[in-house]
Design a protein around this ligand. Structure first.
Ligand SMILES: NC(=O)c1ccc[n+]([C@@H]2O[C@H](COP(=O)([O-])OP(=O)(O)OC[C@H]3O[C@@H](n4cnc5c(N)ncnc54)[C@H](OP(=O)(O)O)[C@@H]3O)[C@@H](O)[C@H]2O)c1
Length: 350
């Protein structure tokens, strides 16, 4: 590694941010380096204090955080055949994953090391800002839908046949949920979602056949009526309270009792154990799993490039560019903590 020519947003173990020099990463086999042009922020980057140590117990500090980066390839490691220097790409920066644990792979810096297996070509008509919304949201949605210990649905292909069964996506206007709707449709399933009424048209535009308001006390009954005699193929729960709201639906519906949650808490873990008695199998999604599983390359290498290029898959939700430069990221994280609706906060790095 050379020690000049890169700058990163460093985070200390107490959560303080500083912009400072960082080594320029050199790609090993299966890796590439990109010059970051746009990065997106995620709820996991915005947690602070003790919670970050709970989510990432082994992280070495100071650390470069961030999972979503779009930019231009500046170096490729041996064995990487798909990419050339100058290609426009978007990838999952996997530095916070325990099997990587490396600041060279944090998104919040100018030169970022990426794993080829979770990197995708960006088509000419997609801006880096809009492409940056994809990686962690796609990866988390794909983990929930396709990992064998989650919903274990068949992976999407360019010509997936329509399948029997409905995927319920609770929290379908979240970044993760919007991508789950598209991936479930691409895998051939009908989708029912929940979102605020102002986002129903957005969720339907992604392919959901019906959308209900998650704040409506009658949402569960309405969803069961909508299902009628259709079977559930699986249920994804995103957003606060989503496990509590989806458990009775899965219990009452026919079909798969699998329910994958991205918002597990100790209380919901106990409820999930109780649900097992009623045939409901609750699992916790880890969005970074595809960085090391077969699901990662199946989506980022085999499915997304063509689906994005042909318009069969939309980079969604809409990017809101909230600043420029690494020192704009802490304010973006504060804005994310205050809450967003059907949009992803992005910072450009010119
Ligand atoms: N386990 C993992 O590895 C992993 C990875 C990524 C994310 N997550 C978690 O997954 C969730 C979604 O993350 P994200 O980045 O996609 O979030 P996000 O886009 O920032 O979420 C914003 C959306 O949340 C929706 N929302 C708010 N409260 C809700 C509720 N009670 N029920 C359903 N939807 C609600 C809002 O919908 P409306 O505007 O329509 O009201 C809004 O559009 C978060 O809890 C996040 O921490 C987990």
């Amino acid at each position: 590694m050379s020690s000049s020519g890169n700058t990163a947003l460093w985070t200390t173990s107490s959560g303080r941010f500083t912009v400072g020099p960082a080594p320029v990463p050199q790609p090993a086999p299966g890796e590439l380096v990109v010059r970051a042009e746009a990065v997106a922020v995620n709820p996991v980057d915005a947690v602070s204090g003790l919670l970050r140590h709970v989510v990432y117990p082994k992280l070495r500090y100071p650390v470069v955080l961030g999972s979503d980066v779009a930019g231009t390839v500046t170096g490729v490691g041996t064995g990487v055949e798909r990419f050339r220097i100058g290609d426009r790409v978007v990838g999952y920066a996997a530095g916070q994953e325990q099997h990587r644990n490396s600041s060279a792979e944090g998104a919040f810096q100018h030169h970022v090391l990426l794993l080829e297996r979770v990197t995708t070509e960006v088509p000419a008509d997609l801006s880096p800002e809009q492409a940056a919304v994809l990686p962690l949201a796609v990866s988390t949605a794909a983990a929930g839908l396709f990992e064998p210990d989650q919903l274990a649905l068949p992976l999407p292909t360019a010509d997936s046949a329509e399948r029997n069964g409905v995927v319920l996506v609770w929290g379908a206007s979240t970044s993760v949920g919007a991508n789950a709707v598209q991936l479930a449709r691409a895998a051939g399933y009908a989708v029912i979602g929940t979102a605020s009424p102002k986002n129903h048209a957005f969720v339907q535009s992604l392919g959901a056949e019906a959308v209900f308001d998650y704040r409506d006390d009658a949402a569960a009954r309405r969803i069961l009526e909508e299902l009628a005699d259709q079977e559930l193929a699986g249920t994804l729960a995103f957003g606060r309270g989503s496990l509590t709201r989806t458990l009775p639906i899965v219990r009452a519906a026919t079909g798969s009792g699998r329910l994958a949650s991205a918002y597990p808490t100790p209380a919901t873990t106990i409820r999930a154990r109780l649900a097992q008695r009623h045939g409901v199998h609750v699992t916790a999604i880890w969005g970074g799993r595809p960085t090391r599983s077969e699901v990662g390359p199946a989506i980022f290498r085999d499915f997304l490039p063509d689906a994005l290029r042909t318009g069969r898959y939309r980079a969604t939700p809409t990017a809101s560019v909230v600043g420029t430069g690494l020192d704009a990221i802490p304010a973006a994280l504060a804005e994310l903590r205050a809450g967003v609706s059907a949009r992803k906060l992005v910072v450009t790095l010119p």
